[in-house]
Design a protein around this ligand. Sequence first.
Ligand code: G1P
Length: 766
Amino acid sequence: METTFTIDNPQKVAGLYFPLCSETGLKSCITPNLGGDAKIDQNHFLLEPVSIENLNNNRSTRNFWVETEHGLWSATGVSAPQEAARYTEEETSRLEAGILYHKMHRSNRRMELSSEILSFVPYDGNYEVHQVTIQNISDRPRNVRFTTAIPMYGRSADNIRDHRHVTSLLNRMEVTEYGVRNTPTLSFDERGHQPGDSVYYVEGMCEDGSKPVECCGVLDDFIGSGDLTWPESLVCHKEDIWQHAGEATEGQEVIGALRFAATILAPQEKKTYIIVIGIASDASEIEQTRSHWMSMESVASSLQATIDHWAALAPIRIHTANPQFDFFFTWVGVQPELRRIFGCSFLPHHDYGRGGRGWRDLWQDCLALLIMHPEQVRDMLIANFAGVRADGTNATIIGEGLGNFKADRNGISRVWMDHGMWPWMTMQLYIHQTGDEAILLEEQGYFESDKRGTLLEHLILQNKAAYAKRGEHGMLRLLDADWNDALDLAGERGESTAFSNAYAANLISLGKEILHLAERYPDKNINTAEGDELIAMGRRLQEEIRAKEWLTDGFFNSYYDNDGNALAGGQMMLTGQVFAIMGGTATEEQIASIVTMADRLLYDESCGGYRLNTNFHEVKMNMGRQFGFAYGEKENGAVFSHMAVMYANALYKRGHGKEGYKALEALFRQSMNFTVSHIYPGIPEYFGRGGRGLYHYLTGAASWYLLTVVQEMFGVKPCYGQMEIHPQLMPEQFDSDGIASITLPWQGAMRRITIHADGTSTMEEV
Ligand code: G1P
């Protein structure tokens, strides 16, 4: 299936960004005018870090200049005259992007030039490739000269404010045959003073094999009294700034300005330059990678390998009556892979954290991985249990590699009350997907303890420990927050009815699993009394919620605040409804009432569907920072995709496919409505003011969307390793032949499952 998309004049929308990354650690983002940044981790930024506010204002972009008889032209659109003319028709552009590459075409009437810039990060390397083609679109020969200008930040993100100048004194820039490299002597960052371990570089060559004629590596020399949008050296033809291979300068801000030989372009003739920017551990690595980009053929094959790599990682495809939905779903399928690589940091909205993911995200990202690559997850799941403490809480920072955890960030300990429930949710899916129930009997250590136990013991402990922390209304205490990170001010008396539902469901299903396991492994001394006890605990909790937490408004209370009051008074929160439906607390009558009330109080057609809550009009300092956010943004009543998808999932699970589809479809429609959502294909974390999508790409919503489409909409829901299919597709989802299909990996091969409008299905290997 086609996965590329095009957008005309994308620079007319502020705040757009596209992710590029590799399996070896480089994480980049790129805007239509080649802004954005590139880094390996918090301490190794190749380009200056940008968050959403300076994404468009930052001048330190990847820039390519062309000197002509009409003066200077930026092939990326970043020059003072082009910016001044940006609201005219002088320059037009078009973006084409695919999984995962970015190609910008730009054409300027006045300058009579066009450019095409293909950008990608090879999946197995820590460098960006930019293949820049300049074309003379006039009918006369033109004398042109091509120069790159890419400032290399080359240090830790911490140094943006902390020692920005002093860290430039650490720089050791040298000009080489192919460009400019910088090898800082030290790094000043949160780890203390570290000897420099990286080389930052810009290299390039012309398609005919010629190298840059000369380079400038000193940022101040290059811009002179100008700036990066109108550099004095190029505008005023300053010739004394250029250096040659072997020349070096110490202690300056560095730029990769590579000037190529002047050339004559015949009418309509094109010339291509290949420019690479990267981070290497030493000079020899830079030399080794050259063979992968030193010709247009090498670039083409590296691009193909990259496209193939991502396609194999996100292999699920669907076919319904709506090709746009199928296309959207393909991009959603890539997002869990992006979050695996970027974590929850490192794209322009995600300017928090220092990389890595939290506990909850770790387990939920496994959901998608489980469906896409079930064979790879066993070891990972076992390793993840090493983060569970002997008291049922868990480490919150996930380190590099399998099973490496850290207690807390900066020694500030926080307990999120929902953390204990995700592992069993994920394990259940794994067991049904694979039939590998025996995994529960594998042993693992506890975090910061000599104790060991089976995974089953870990799970029982986690769920019982949460259950034991009941508040004054009998619901599980909120502690430092639950799924909603922004409910962080009700640590003493707050309670989460929402997640009490989730734990109740867990206790019941875990109890049942113990009984099932005891039947299958009679010789393992599995304690069935414990299974019975968990089931009874869960059922009691559900009874209590049904009896006491149902509000006269026709939906469930979700929380108690730090003064012990329910968040009631006509206010509705989606989270409490989602887990009551998903976990089985809500009766059929209650579901009907919840759906009616959610449609009345939370549904907003113009914004992607179901909002997270109604407007409290109050900064509830006894509940959490969420109430300080503007209403309609992030956790305060935005359409928060993750919870909206879980609402859909819950409804489908209880057999309400029509209602579930409504929630999924609203998110899809909003996401793909570019003129309003202002995001590229995929699902964002939430929709804010005016229906704009924010925090694009890195969201747990993608894993849940994937899971819900596969297991609920198409109903491909294995039970203990046996394929079962219970579709809940809507009549309008079948194509004109009356079919819909899904292609996904199952037991080592790709299979297509075709669903017919009458509910029957067939499966074939493809
Ligand atoms: C983010 C966090 C997630 C948290 C949610 C609500 O959502 O990553 O852990 O539960 O906010 O506070 P996401 O990025 O998954 O959309």
